[in-house]
Design a protein around this ligand. Structure first.
Ligand code: GCU
Length: 407
């Protein structure tokens, strides 16, 4: 061979191997779309498909949490067994992250007179711990809405209807909650506040395209609640459900996908970027959510705005990542923005993965009538009348479902 053709050949080979190297695993990944996730064996799911789907959600949707660990310190601020008219113990714990002067405040109510460690619901709240109940002892976070909105405490108890604490405690469960704004305030400031900056590498000023947005940050916060529960012997770490409404329902699903210590995950009206299939483009779409909430997902997720067909896997993949642990998906009739049928279809299309584990997925294959929950399988679903909200009806169903596993 002539010298020049040898040179050409080696150049060509070099270019080929370069392009092979730079091809990301996402491009090479199988296209599952929004279809039912049916595979030949559990082994194949665990070896091939689960890692690929996990990596997709990690790097293209919510973004990777940092590997770096910061020292975490739990400080018991207050404890009383006189809460909720004497039936519950209230605990308030400051979770100190690294050098931050801005702790995450954890509020717990748990039943008195329990003979052994109790199961728990872990849930994030929207506007501050003090809004979940009128209890005057609840410490108001320094990050909670201030000024007029708070005034001389008018917001205390404002979200009581979403937190039927007595019902939950009477059922034998603890409730552990933190305020989303203590972990990462819910607005786009280029990731300068909240926990993101605590983890920046030298010279870094915002997360990379595949690194965590706010939903992943909230999920990180919920995992720190689980770390606390592991230390508190009065709560049973093996019987903890993570539950969330709406944007916090998206977070509840992603938290359980990331952190296998959560035994059950409950998505209440989580919609786009949560349980709903994106490909349907009903109600909120990927483009709309990325525009209104540019901080929720990682930067890579913008690739899918008005381009849902390119999603290698849809949100049924997120539910499948939680298998074989039980998942509950719930919708509200008037919540078209969250696409109830799309939420149902995700639960259905994730179900074959549960069957690979010898579990039962969703027990029905058509949308049920209103207020007719399907809880026979390890994937449950209900749709209730009314609007986008989390109500005591929803909670009563979650308790019934959790009882199946925890009691
Ligand atoms: C908006 C948003 C939804 C979100 C909801 C909520 O409606 O578009 O994606 O679920 O807020 O968190 O209440």
């Amino acid at each position: 061979m002539k010298k020049t053709s040898l040179l050409l050949m080696s150049l060509l080979l070099g270019a080929l191997s370069l392009s092979a190297q730079s091809k990301s695993p996402i491009e090479d990944m199988q296209h599952y779309g929004a279809e039912p996730l049916r595979f030949k064996s559990l082994k194949e799911w665990r070896k091939v498909h689960r890692p690929a789907i996990y990596n997709f959600f990690l790097t293209e949707v919510y973004g990777r949490q940092p590997e770096q660990k910061l020292p975490i310190r739990y400080e018991m601020l207050e404890q009383s067994d006189k809460a909720l008219g004497g039936k519950a113990t209230r605990k308030q714990i400051a979770i100190h992250v690294g050098e931050s002067q801005n702790p995450i405040l954890l509020l717990i109510y748990q039943p008195n007179n329990a003979r052994k460690a109790v199961p728990a619901f872990v849930a994030m709240n929207f506007k501050g711990n003090h809004q979940i109940n009128v209890d005057p002892e609840i410490i108001i976070s320094q990050n909670a809405p201030k000024g007029k909105e708070l005034g001389s405490d008018p917001a205390r108890g404002a979200a009581t209807s979403r937190w039927p604490l007595e019902m939950i405690v009477d059922a034998g469960y603890a409730v552990a909650t933190i305020y989303r704004g203590d972990v990462d305030p819910d607005f786009d400031d280029g990731f300068q506040n909240g926990i993101h900056p605590l983890f920046y590498r030298d010279g870094q000023s915002k997360p990379a395209a595949d690194e965590w947005g706010t939903i992943s940050a909230w999920a990180w916060g919920l995992s720190r609640v689980m770390d606390y529960i592991e230390k508190d012997k009065s709560i049973d770490q093996k019987r903890v459900a993570v539950v969330g409404h709406s944007r916090l329902g998206k977070t509840a699903l992603w938290t359980a996908a990331l952190d296998e210590r959560f035994a059950i995950s409950i998505s209440n009206d989580s919609g786009c970027g949560g349980a709903a299939l994106s490909i349907r483009k009903m109600g909120e779409t990927v483009a709309k959510i990325n525009k209104s909430f540019p901080h929720w997902f990682c930067d890579n997720y913008n690739k899918y705005s008005d381009n849902e067909e390119a999603l290698k896997v849809d949100q049924q993949g997120l539910i499948a990542l939680i298998a074989p642990r039980p998942v509950y998906v719930a919708s509200a009739e008037l919540d078209a923005w969250a696409d109830p049928e799309g939420e149902f279809l995700s639960a259905l299309n994730a179900s074959p993965v549960y069957e690979l584990y010898g579990r039962k997925g969703l027990a029905i294959d058509k949308m049920p009538a209103l207020s007719t929950p399907s809880q026979e399988g390890d994937v449950a679903y209900h749709i209730r009348p009314g609007k986008h909200d989390i109500t005591s009806y929803d909670w009563s169903q979650y308790i019934r479902f959790a009882n199946k596993y925890f009691k």
